[in-house]
Design a protein around this ligand. Structure first.
Ligand code: F6P
Length: 545
């Protein structure tokens, strides 16, 4: 069954939201907050997640209307279709079942009438065995030495998920040292392999298609390097591969025991839970990888079974739509208050922008409203000293997600309290701002003259009324990380359903790829064919070196 095609702007709730927006747009969060009859309506506690959404430009009516919108767009029907393995990625004719690969194995999941759970569990066992064999030393390199380093060769979803999780779970590391090669930039790959010992390094090529230029180029560079350092027979011991393209894997020369399959019903940017996560498993051990899956599975159950009003991904998605389509906010920032999550914004950029950066609706018509948000961010407190000026006093309204943890991993509470005091202070400051009266008083107390105060005060006023969501999670564990990532995945899906777009294809990345291969041929043949005048002259100047 396919997804319904409902234009959100033609629903009754959209019209009501448009009228309601006029009532809310000039209201201040701090006043909305103090007048709320039931503050717990603005809290989405679940397991060890405490999510405070009360610092938003909303009231009960806003939430009710947004929920009505999701009902009119028949979100519940879409959720059930996704989890049932319906072909909801229609332009690629595929089911979307990244949720299946983190199943607890207790129920059947059918794709084209076939239960896929046994093969999912089999692949999981293969990952487990391989991970344990490499870490224990059961599996050794060509010259009989233990593996010490693992290099993930992949790009996009075959890189960003693993790299983000491996960084996030560094505290849980196994004895293997992880590395990631992604860019087709030869300097990237050569910089990484220059200090590696070929005898003790395992390479994992991750490519759903096994045709991606970047990944195959890097894999070939490394293959040649390995042959030059050891010999040709080393390939079968030092390369593992993850792909749906088993023929190309074989052509590359990979030992069939080191091949991990994946399914076309798992999109690249949602694939870290599959064998694409092999490098994660190697880097943190299979037990931790499994806990990551289990955390995601718990969020899947919450998403699938919780009524819309209390459903975390649903409410977060609706808030995002509220800002995107009514306040006309173009961007959202994600600010994790832990250095371990430094790669989360980059990971979310692909997940969110590749999924919802669409301007054609599910009926094939151009959309006449805004879709995918621009996502950016960095860790707090670093970002406070970088771009927070603009969030506090700039002309743009930027809703932010603040993600913090109650307990640090190193039980070092003094600094953790400092970190978290910044975390709480920032959301309060963004909401409360600083009034002219407070600024003037402060300047008076600092001994400034009236003239000095008058010339300085406007620069020191903070309007406030900047919306934030605050996530306080008990601790950064493989489980809580799994839940957090799955929460964002489902938020993406909900937004795509309401915007009436297809979130699971990515045709927009094709054009640049096609042109690049044409340009490469021209560069190799030193013969520039007809481009526009700008590109022609840039290419000529490149070739003149
Ligand atoms: O360029 C976009 C993309 O297709 C992503 O969706 C995907 O994650 C990435 O390329 C890598 O693709 P593959 O895993 O097939 O090498």
């Amino acid at each position: 069954m396919t997804l319904k095609k409902i234009n959100p702007t033609k629903t009754k709730s959209w019209s009501k939201l448009t009228a309601h927006f006029k009532e809310i747009e000039n209201k201040e969060i701090k006043n909305l907050l103090s007048s709320r009859p039931n503050p717990s309506d603005f809290n989405l506690s679940w397991n060890d997640f405490n999510i405070d959404i009360s610092k938003n430009r909303i009231d009960n009516e806003t939430l009710n209307l947004l929920i009505d919108l999701s009902k009119e767009c028949d979100l519940e029907d879409a959720i059930s279709k996704q989890f049932s393995g319906d072909v909801i990625n229609e332009t690629e004719k595929r089911a979307v079942l990244h949720t299946a690969i983190r199943t607890d194995g207790n129920k059947k999941i059918n794709v084209n009438g076939l239960d896929v759970v046994p093969s999912i569990l089999e692949t999981r066992n293969q990952i487990k065995k391989f991970t344990n064999d490499v870490i224990s030393g059961n599996l050794k390199g060509h010259t009989g030495k233990l593996f010490t380093d693992v290099v993930n060769i992949g790009i996009g979803g075959s890189d960003l998920g693993p790299v983000m999780v491996v960084e996030a779970l560094k505290h849980y590391s196994s004895r293997l040292k992880p590395h990631f090669v992604s860019n087709v930039d030869g300097d990237h790959v050569l910089e990484i392999i220059k200090d590696l010992n070929p005898e003790t390094t395992l390479f994992v090529i991750v490519s759903k298609t096994f045709t991606t230029q970047e990944t195959i180029s890097n894999a070939n560079t490394i293959k040649n390097w390995l042959i030059s350092k050891l010999d040709k027979n080393a390939i079968s011991k030092h390369f593992a591969a993850v792909s749906t393209n088993l023929i190309e894997i074989e052509n590359f020369g990979i030992n069939s025991k080191m091949v991990f399959s994946m399914n076309d019903w798992v999109g690249g940017r949602f694939s870290l839970w599959s064998s694409v996560g092999l490098s994660i498993s190697l880097a943190v051990g299979y037990e931790n990888f499994n806990k990551l899956l289990s955390g995601a599975n718990k969020m899947d159950n919450h998403f699938q079974n919780t009524k819309l009003e209390n459903n975390i991904p649903v409410v977060l998605a609706l808030l995002s739509i509220w800002y995107n389509n009514f306040f006309e906010c173009e961007t959202e920032a994600v600010i994790p208050y832990t250095q371990y999550l430094s790669r989360l914004p980059a990971y979310l950029q692909q997940a969110i922008m590749e999924s919802n950066g669409k301007s054609v609706d599910r009926g094939g018509n151009p959309v006449k409203y805004q879709t995918g948000n621009i996502i950016w961010g960095d860790t707090g407190t670093n970002s406070q000293h970088a771009f927070f000026q603009l969030i506090h006093q700039g002309t743009k309204l930027i809703p932010c997600d603040f993600i913090g943890f109650k307990k640090p991993l190193f039980k070092e509470n003094t600094q953790h309290d400092k970190l978290m005091s910044n975390f709480f202070a920032q959301t309060e400051a963004l909401m409360m701002g600083k009034s002219e009266k407070t600024v003037v008083n402060e300047l008076k107390n600092a001994g400034l003259s009236e003239h000095e105060i008058n010339s300085l005060k406007t620069f020191k006023i903070f309007e406030g009324n900047r919306p934030t969501n605050t996530f306080v999670i008990d601790q950064l564990t493989p489980e809580s990380l799994g839940s957090l990532i799955a929460m964002y995945e489902h938020k993406i899906f909900v937004q795509g359903i309401i915007w009436n777009i297809y979130s699971y294809d990515q045709w927009g990345v094709e054009l640049g790829k096609q042109l690049a291969s044409k340009v490469l041929k021209e560069i190799e043949n030193k013969k520039i064919s007809n481009h526009d005048s700008s590109t022609n002259s840039l290419l000529k100047s490149y070739l003149s070196n």
